[in-house]
Design a protein around this ligand. Structure first.
Ligand code: K1U
Ligand code: ZN
Length: 172
């Protein structure tokens, strides 16, 4: 297992739609395990494959609180099959847009179907941070970032800040 580099916005990988995973191979399983290690190391509550430069339809998440037993989840080919009419607003962050947090409104609850790490079909209902995070991660697999829900002005201000951060990091 290894911790992978997390790509920072703007990056072409973060704008691509990830194709469906045809088979849950040992390579896909290894990617998912590396993504969990990278997510916990960051630390974050979710991570999608394009954020580590892999255009696979895979994300991982664990939204348990610090005092709870960890619940690492791997979702392959996730699809939303139901969302609540009720919405919730969460001050979202993104590991590809460090230190920027903005309110985003999304359905408060969502049911997703997906394949787990063993390739078994699963269906789960998410609420609270789990629902927000699952929708944020699914957006990543469709080339969408949380800043795409903001005004053009806010989005371009954040993008400029990220370009500056990337330049500083490249200089070392
Ligand atoms: O997709 C990502 O970039 C991960 C992102 C997920 C997310 C967070 C909040 C709302 C929606 C989606 C993060 O994990 S940002 C970091 C974060 O929220 C966090 C970090 C440490 C402890 C707890 C939360
Ligand atoms: Zn993100």
């Amino acid at each position: 297992m290894s911790v992978k580099e997390i790509l920072i916005h703007p990056d072409p990988h973060l704008k691509k739609v990830c194709p469906v995973v045809e088979a849950v191979t040992p390579e896909v399983q290894a990617l998912a395990r590396d993504m969990l290690e990278t997510m916990y190391d960051a630390p974050g509550v979710g991570l999608a494959a394009p954020q580590v430069g892999s255009l696979q339809r895979v994300f991982v998440m664990d939204c348990t609180a610090k005092d709870e037993e960890p619940e690492p989840m791997v979702l392959i080919n996730p699809a939303i099959v139901w969302t609540s009419e009720e919405t919730s607003v969460y001050n979202e962050g993104c590991l590809s847009i460090p230190e920027m947090y903005e309110d985003v409104e999304r359905p408060a609850r969502a049911v997703m179907q997906f394949l787990d790490l063993q390739g078994e079909q699963q269906e789960r209902e998410f609420d609270g941070l789990w629902a927000t995070c699952a929708q944020h991660e699914l957006d990543h697999l469709n080339g969408k970032l949380f800043i795409d829900y903001l005004s053009g002005l806010k989005r371009s201000m954040i993008t400029k800040k990220m370009l500056k951060l990337k330049k500083e990091r490249a200089r070392g």
